[in-house]
Ligand binder design. Structure first.
Ligand code: 9L3
Ligand code: MG
Length: 128
C-alpha cells in the first residue's frame, strides 16, 4: 500500500520529481510512500510528507479509490488532498519540487501511476 498527497496552496498543486529508483528517476509524483505495518494510511502520509518535504500537512478529501501503480504488480496508490500547516516544502528526498497552476498541470512528466489522478485534483485548485 502506497499513499500520496495532493498538497495544494494558493490554487497550485505540488509535484515532486523522483531521484530513485533508476526506472522512476526524473518522473514526477504526488509525494508520499509506503504504509508501514500497523500504521494507518493517513498517519503514513503525514509521516512521509514530513520526512520527504519537512512540512506538517493536514489531510482533506480522499481522491478516488485504489489507483493501480504498476500493472500486475498489485500495488495501489491512495491519494488525499492536503494543505500545509507548518513549513515550506523542501526537496529533502526529491530532485525538485514544482507548484503547478491549473494551466501547468501537465508541464511535468508525471509517473504513469500518478498521471490519471491529476485531472481529479483540478476541481480543488480553483478558489483555494
Ligand atoms: N509511487 C508512485 N507514485 C507516488 C508514490 C508516493 C509512490 N505518488 C511508487 C514509487 C515506488 C513505490 O510507489 O515504486 C513506493 O514509493 P516510495 O516509498 O519509494 O516513495
Ligand atoms: Mg516517497
Amino acid at each position: 500500500m502506497v499513499v500520496g498527497a495532493a498538497i495544494i496552496a494558493a490554487g497550485r498543486l505540488l509535484a515532486a520529481q523522483r531521484g530513485e529508483p533508476p526506472e522512476l528517476a526524473g518522473g514526477w509524483e504526488f509525494p508520499g510512500g509506503k504504509v508501514d505495518p500497523g500504521e494507518s494510511d493517513r498517519d503514513a502520509l503525514v509521516r512521509e510528507c514530513h520526512e520527504e518535504l519537512g512540512v506538517k500537512i493536514a489531510l482533506g478529501d480522499r481522491i478516488g479509490g485504489d489507483w493501480p501503480l504498476a500493472l500486475g504488480a498489485g500495488s495501489v496508490l491512495r491519494v488525499w488532498t492536503a494543505e500545509l500547516v507548518e513549513g515550506r516544502p523542501q526537496p529533502l528526498e526529491h530532485l525538485a519540487l514544482r507548484w503547478l497552476a491549473p494551466d501547468e498541470l501537465y508541464d511535468v512528466a508525471w509517473l504513469p501511476g500518478d498521471l490519471p489522478i491529476v485531472e481529479a485534483i483540478r476541481p480543488y485548485l480553483n478558489g483555494s
